[in-house]
Design a protein around this ligand. Structure first.
Ligand code: HEC
Length: 116
């Protein structure tokens, strides 16, 4: 019975440990954030429905490098995406950016928003 308990807790523990490592490994790569591979797909998926086309919301088009880098470097992107969900100004309005999305945008900003 004791052996069984030890075996069981070992299995549970290793599942937890590997589960964690696995999540981190697949979920967030911010070592090298690239505009074309990371930022464009993120902005398209999470912001593009409102911030694109002929009359983008807030008069902000996030689909071109020039406007997206400008919005991140000198505009309000970072402050708006890091507001609490209860705020009327949080972007996207329904929330929905993951920690990893925010880290990627922050990293891109800190790198000087390169067109890479
Ligand atoms: C469901 C529609 C919708 C989505 C999705 C959305 N936004 Fe917005 N956004 C708006 C509206 C409407 C405004 C204008 C009103 C306001 O400023 O809150 C706005 C305004 C903004 C502004 C301020 C613009 C300015 O200069 O005044 C920023 C910055 C912004 N959004 C960033 C984002 C980012 C980044 C995303 C994706 C992570 C995003 N938004 C997703 C609707 C949306």
């Amino acid at each position: 019975m004791k052996l069984f308990r030890i075996t069981l807790s070992t299995i549970i523990l290793s599942t937890v440990v590997t589960g964690c490592t696995y999540d981190i490994a697949i979920e967030c790569h911010i070592e090298e954030v690239s505009y074309s591979n990371d930022i464009t797909p993120l902005l398209d998926a999470k912001c593009g429905s409102c911030h694109s086309g002929f009359s983008p919301e807030g008069n902000l088009d996030l689909t071109t490098y020039d406007s997206a880098s400008d919005a991140v470097l000198v505009g309000d992107v970072l402050s708006r995406i890091t507001l609490p969900l209860s705020s009327d100004l949080v972007m996207p309005p329904t929330g929905g950016l993951s920690e990893c999305d925010i880290e990627k945008i922050t990293r891109w900003l800190n790198d000087g928003a390169p067109n890479n």
